[in-house]
Design a protein around this ligand. Sequence first.
Ligand SMILES: NC(=O)c1ccc[n+]([C@@H]2O[C@H](COP(=O)([O-])OP(=O)(O)OC[C@H]3O[C@@H](n4cnc5c(N)ncnc54)[C@H](O)[C@@H]3O)[C@@H](O)[C@H]2O)c1
Length: 422
Amino acid sequence: MATTTGNGKPIKPINIGMVGIGVGGAEMLPILENMPEFDLMAGADFNPRVREAFAARYEAKVFPTVEAMCADPDVEAVWVSTPNRFHAEHAIIAANHGKHVVVEKPMALSMAQASDIIEAAHKNGVKLLAGHTRSFTPAVRAMRKLVKDGKMGQLRAINVFAYTDWMLRPRTADELDPNQGGGIPYRQGPHQIDSIRVIGGGMLRSVRAMTGDWFKARSIAGYYAAFMEFEDGTPATAVHNGYGYFMGGELVPWGHANQRYTPEERVVIRKGLRDGTWDDEKEKDKIRIGGENEYSVFSRDEDREKWVPEDLGVVLVSCDSGDIRHSAYGLYIYDDDGQRELELTPPGLLGPGERRGELVELYEAVRDGAPIYHTGEWGMATLEVCLAIMESAKQRKEIMLQHQVPVHPNYDQAKILAKEFA
Ligand SMILES: NC(=O)c1ccc[n+]([C@@H]2O[C@H](COP(=O)([O-])OP(=O)(O)OC[C@H]3O[C@@H](n4cnc5c(N)ncnc54)[C@H](O)[C@@H]3O)[C@@H](O)[C@H]2O)c1
């Protein structure tokens, strides 16, 4: 394992603790355990089974609460992946204990909460990173770089659409309550919105959207369609249908109709949800760390996986003289010379490895004083758009945005990008 960073400096691992070792957390554990830049030395969760599995796997200290974990002076940074309703509370507790913070998407439930997190980080002089959206992936960063290079002329439009089985995945009670951050605009909006903002420069002007709540067994929005305009008039659209009938993965020749579930499993789950025989709590616990189905989330497989349009969906970026979209291992570029493929990452970096981006960003900020790009203000601006999607649907009118921030001026010089998109 590497003992120096890309710039040749010896690695001094950051002692990190995770609060909320659930499904979202489990996606990050294989990455964290594999990066010499981090020592995954603590975990906090109020589920004793999860604590036990985590302690056994990582020989880590475990705690029932975030407060107890943060009282440990050895913990330097906290990854907050508790349910949405706790993001603000837990991020603020961590910051007030002097810990650097990565907060899962959505950053918070409201703009006021997001602002409180930013203030707490600022007051305590800790780094705050609004994390874990698909905007960190090399493909999205490379799309932005191609647009910014300007060789294809001006950016003209960004269209993103996802068809997933998100609504059929097991849900805890709070995930089925829109007031506690339930529903697809809160939960999936950040992947698409963050990516659109990264590619287009960050400064959205307005949103007009509708949401859809079509499945009686799950009374949360499982659909949205949003039309956004950047400050300069560039349009962007985002659609997410999480009902799990048609799957976006079917749209690419190397794709398939499986996402979290196969088509046959989706039929059984939908029926079980309708007749009340599907036990959400039990099924969710099965996929958390140590559960019998944890393999469906927790994957140590570093093999290069072919990209398929999963939760982010199909992304189409149009410029004056060309279009850009994902390929299996990078991007397809269509321009006046025809179509070509840009391979982005060597084997080993796609698949789960592509989630390293935010951890590299945190490490370099904490140890080398590099900027945080996905700052609290950035996460708050993305949250503003997610909230505007819901508000626009309610009022049936365009919502003007007031808290947008641009992409950091040095974003494209970030070492993570230089490494993966030379
Ligand atoms: N970025 C992604 O791709 C992604 C994927 C999945 C989930 N997530 C995010 O992760 C978060 C959690 O969702 P999930 O699906 O993992 O849910 P989950 O229920 O599986 O995980 C939450 C965990 O937090 C624990 N917990 C709840 N309240 C707690 C508290 N007050 N103190 C300590 N522990 C507590 C629970 O026991 C559980 O283990 C959400 O914010 C979600 O948006 C992100």
